[in-house]
Design a protein around this ligand. Structure first.
Ligand code: E4P
Length: 217
């Protein structure tokens, strides 16, 4: 499973990328706003910091505007993936981007029907928003299961990118459901390393090791 970082914080990205465990990055307009920095500059810095795919979202609502913005974003670096909203205009733009060889991440997916249309439009990635579905009383993970089944039934190669991840359990459940990737906020990514029993066990081992008075080197 590919693990992406959902961030516009370049310092945080570099810190986590140093582990070798970050396969890509996603951003969205909210994260750009939080950064307080110019979008094109932030995306260029992220693309320089990591080799994997970097999703950069268009702001236009109409197909022509999305195509203009997407081409501008794609020109920043070869690893840019143009993020397009799951609307009628967005899917028309997605289809054109596919013809032009520009990778796309179709975002704000909340139903299997939407995901089917995105795959037919030639999306490189589909982003079902797990956490936001959970927030309204649905089970976001059911959507991953449905999309996986539909894509497998028809051999679509659109990758399922589990988004709106809120916990380590979301990551593992998405992996079990067959998502190709998950995009994870930095705090949740850091939590993936941890388990209380690991910490307790290590404390015990180190205490016992100290009693031996030994040194390995
Ligand atoms: C990533 O592509 C999405 O923009 C992100 O996962 C949304 O997460 P949120 O629902 O926590 O804002």
């Amino acid at each position: 499973m590919q693990l992406f970082l959902d961030t516009t914080d370049v310092a945080v990205l570099k810190d986590l990328a140093a582990t070798g465990l970050v396969d890509g990055v996603t951003t969205n307009p909210t994260l750009i706003a939080k950064s307080g920095r110019p979008m094109l500059q932030v995306i260029a810095e992220i693309c320089a910091a990591i080799e994997g795919p970097v999703s950069a979202e268009v702001a236009a609502m109409d197909t022509a505007g999305m195509l203009d913005e997407g081409r501008r974003l794609a020109a920043i670096a070869p690893n840019v993936v143009v993020k397009v909203p799951l609307t009628r205009d967005g899917l028309i733009a997605t289809r054109e981007f596919a013809h032009e060889g520009i990778a796309t991440n179709v975002t704000l997916c909340f139903s299997a029907a939407q995901a089917l249309l995105a795959a037919k439009a030639g999306a490189s990635y589909i982003s079902p928003f797990i956490g936001r579905l959970d927030d309204v009383g649905a089970d976001g993970m059911d959507l991953i299961v449905e999309i996986r089944a539909i894509y497998d039934n028809y051999g679509f190669d659109t990758e399922i990118l589990a988004a709106s991840i809120r916990s380590p359990a979301h990551v593992t459940t998405a992996a079990l459901a067959g998502a190709n990737c998950a995009t994870i906020p930095p705090d949740v990514f850091n939590a993936l390393f941890k388990h209380p029993l690991t910490e307790r066990g290590l404390d015990q081992f180190m205490a016992d090791w100290a009693k031996t008075g030994q040194s390995i080197l």
